[in-house]
Design a protein around this ligand. Structure first.
Ligand code: G4P
Ligand code: MG
Length: 168
């Protein structure tokens, strides 16, 4: 099976280019919002180019504590503080990959429900060209993808146990 290996430099360069495209569209978010864990490093790299505070949410795909029973939809592990005022704010949700789109659908739907007076957009470093199970909710502003890629498995640098041997 074909695979991609994306190094930290690949990812940094892809995000740098994407930030330029985002700016050219006159879109300037007030906050970046990382979907943990995959969106954490991309959001931090994005902050180098779009310097806004980073908020985070975390999801689990497992419905039991030992992490073996898959949930039919993701489960919120951590969400935004209820006392943060996002009224009128533009929020760019960041994740590493849009595969089946279940994560983005769930996260954006819930963010839009819990913060109806904020404006949400999304950025993924990689968007796999494939039929998606999830849908991007209506009312979401922009969807940006750093790269449109084939439906192959991606090895990300941050998953490497031996970074010196990664993608040699
Ligand atoms: P999606 O909703 O995010 O589009 O993806 P999907 O449910 O199909 O994917 C389930 C998990 O698998 C997600 O991790 C996603 O990031 C990860 N994934 C999908 N395709 C790839 C790939 O090609 N390479 C790698 N390394 N991961 C992939 P998650 O449950 O969100 O976990 P976390 O790592 O964010 O904590
Ligand atoms: Mg994820």
């Amino acid at each position: 099976m074909q695979q991609y290996n994306f190094t930290y430099n690949d990812i940094h360069n892809t995000i740098c280019k994407a930030a330029k495209v985002i700016r050219e569209q006159d879109y300037a978010p007030d906050y970046l919002l990382a979907i943990g864990g995959g969106g954490l490093i991309p959001a931090r790299i994005m902050r180098t180019f779009i310097n806004r505070p980073i908020l985070t949410v975390a999801l689990s795909r497992y419905s039991d504590e030992i992490g073996t029973a898959p949930a039919s939809t993701p489960i919120k592990l951590q969400w935004l503080e209820t006392d943060i005022n996002l009224a009128g704010k533009k929020i760019l949700v960041v994740d590493e990959v849009d595969d089946e789109r279940t994560t983005l659908e769930y996260t954006l739907q819930h963010l839009m429900e819990t913060h109806p007076d904020a404006e949400f957009s999304a950025f993924v470093v990689h968007n796999k060209k494939k039929a998606k199970k999830g849908k991007l909710p209506e009312g979401m502003k922009h969807f940006f993808a750093g790269e449109e890629i084939e439906d192959y498995w991606i090895n990300y640098a941050w998953d490497a146990e031996n970074i010196d041997a990664f993608a040699q």
